[in-house]
Design a protein around this ligand. Sequence first.
Ligand SMILES: *Cc1c(COP(=O)(O)O)cnc(C)c1O
Length: 288
Amino acid sequence: MLDLPFEPPIQKIEHPLFLEKNIEVSIKRDDLIHPFVSGNKWRKLKYVFRFAQETNIKHLISFGGAYSNHLLALACAGAMCGFKTSAFVRGEEVKNHMLFLCKIWGMELHFVSREAYRNKRKLFDDKFSEDKTTMFIDEGGRGELAMKGCEEILDSMDQDFTHAICAVGTGTTLAGIAKRAAELNMNAEGICVLKGAELIDNDVKQLAPDLHNWNIHHNFHRGGYAKTDEELMEFIKTIASSTGILLDQVYTGKMMMAVFELAKQDYFKPKSKLLLVHTGGLLGLLSQ
Ligand SMILES: *Cc1c(COP(=O)(O)O)cnc(C)c1O
């Protein structure tokens, strides 16, 4: 159940800046794992699904905004693996391509006010707690089982790299990467895409206690979650047209831009070998 279809390839990114700073930059193409269950969402769901299967769960219930990559991944993966899926969607009822696809895969959508959305347990309990074959999956799929899947993003072949770098939403992916990175003697760097989210550091500490090889950069959110600007969109175009790699404006575009900025600031010592993680989420680009 949710075994990887193949090991995602690593692609080198050439750029005059990286030559000048004498660093090597490559990207692990987890975005290629699946068109809809892409990147870290596949990794995050793998052990959640195994747990559900072992405990005889039939119906997975989760939470997200109207453009949630997590809900899209859950809807598609749930259909692939024989689970029924439902979601509480934050805000007024809207139509868009993401939710349209969720419904195609049979996900049942319940739109709820922002206020009601704050108490996710209550939403779940009121509607589903009587049914013992249902399971609560937190927003973004966060948690320990999700982290376990993300530990598999790095493998022993990656130990030549000095740094692994990913975008940070809940921090679960970074926690998994940091755990494995510690065993491989690498640093893990997270680029936070939310504004004023310094508390995420505590969530990562809780998931990965006793680790000191990671760091979250909080100054590359470009105005806040899902906020975009012309410079970011131009950057995404430049990367796409010069490498073929598509990035999205919410997560991986901001992560890549931060890497360029950090390189300019000499954050990485000469001879550093960076492994960026393409966490997927490309359908979000169509929301632009
Ligand atoms: C969900 C998502 C993230 C954030 O992952 P967390 O584990 O919540 O930090 C990063 N990148 C993409 C493309 C995503 O869809």
